[in-house]
Design a protein around this ligand. Structure first.
Ligand SMILES: NC(=O)C1=CN([C@@H]2O[C@H](COP(=O)(O)OP(=O)(O)OC[C@H]3O[C@@H](n4cnc5c(N)ncnc54)[C@H](OP(=O)(O)O)[C@@H]3O)[C@@H](O)[C@H]2O)C=CC1
Ligand SMILES: O=C(O)C1=N[C@H](C(=O)O)C[C@H](O)C1
Length: 272
């Protein structure tokens, strides 16, 4: 740890992404784990965050007092749940720090509250923090624009591990938004998120979603663009959660000297 390291708090430190973040920050230069947070009543409160992440003791005891940690820190990395993330965004605003949000499944109301917190906190939020998926989003937007609004059918297919609680995935929605942007349409008004029973023929210009869950799959996404007699498939496979964690730390370092505002990974990666 160096004196110039960005002091980061990992919330949800005992979770799949929380533990990956602890290991990733430890392996990267320019940032250090300042504090680790779990919910009150969690069996992990009081444990050493490094030990839990398989690194051995690092002298960071998991706490259930987020604000006490935030006011002394420079940034928070948050892969938890929508309710927790809304609460943390308010605390990050109070502490005037960077809040990097990977949590998916947020409602429109949740997003409005997070954006309100961005008046005082520097917030970076994305359904997927990896470089590869954000590049896939750019390619999807270009393909959707090039192929026109109705002659080609766009379907987004995703598969994740059996523990995932939200659908479609944040990444699938990010890719759907990219396709809708390319077509110049509103995703909410043109998406089909579930099909079951006698659905009738496919509505021209709609963007469809299909969700698979099982095993330990980290994240598989395909954008299938189907035309008459031919099909284009753009896809991404995640084989290590460290891609999301590296993206989150990169986002925190990028936002360190930015103004309070709501940003996405496209801003961080210069892909906007
Ligand atoms: N944007 C991206 O690149 C990525 C996003 N994600 C998203 O990140 C989120 C977490 O995923 P994952 O790590 O697999 O999930 P986990 O369930 O493994 O981890 C979530 C952790 O957050 C904790 N938590 C929940 N509420 C609070 C709270 N109020 N205070 C402190 N800790 C809390 C949970 O504790 P408890 O078990 O007690 O509830 C748990 O330890 C999901 O929304 C997922 O979709 C995941 C990977 C990449
Ligand atoms: O829950 C997960 O695991 C993941 N969630 C994100 C999503 O909803 O897209 C990102 C990644 O695919 C893993």
């Amino acid at each position: 740890m160096s004196g110039t390291d960005m002091k980061l708090v990992v919330v949800g430190a005992a979770g799949r992404m929380g533990q990956t973040l602890i290991r990733t920050i430890h392996a990267m230069t320019g940032a250090s784990v300042f504090a680790a947070v779990e919910r009150p009543g969690s069996a992990f409160v009081g444990r050493d965050a490094g030990e839990l992440a398989g690194l051995g003791p690092m002298g960071v005891t998991i706490t259930d007092k987020p604000l006490e940690a935030f006011v002394e820190a420079e940034g928070v990395l948050d892969f938890t749940s929508p309710a927790a993330t809304v609460e943390f965004s308010g605390l990050a605003a109070q502490a005037r720090i960077v809040h990097v949000i990977g949590t998916t499944g947020c409602s429109t109301e949740d997003d409005a509250r997070i954006k309100a917190a961005a008046r005082h906190a520097r917030i970076v939020k994305s359904g997927n923090m990896s470089l590869g998926v954000n590049l896939l989003g750019v390619l999807t937007q270009q393909a959707a624009k090039a192929l026109g609004r109705t002659d080609w059918d766009i379907e987004i297919l995703e598969m994740h591990h059996k523990h995932k609680v939200d659908a479609p995935s944040g990444t699938a929605l990010l890719l759907g938004e990219a396709a809708a942007r390319g077509r110049g349409i509103d995703l909410g008004e043109n998406s089909v998120r579930v099909r079951d029973g006698h659905t009738g023929p496919r509505a021209a210009g709609s963007i469809g979603f299909a969700t698979l869950r099982g095993g330990s799959v980290i994240g598989e996404h395909s954008v299938i663009i189907a035309g008459e007699g031919e099909q284009v498939t753009l896809s991404h496979s995640a084989t290590d959660r460290a891609i999301f964690a590296r993206g989150a730390v990169t986002a925190a370092l990028w936002a360190r000297d930015k103004k309070p505002r709501f940003y996405t990974m496209l801003d961080v990666l210069g892909l906007n």
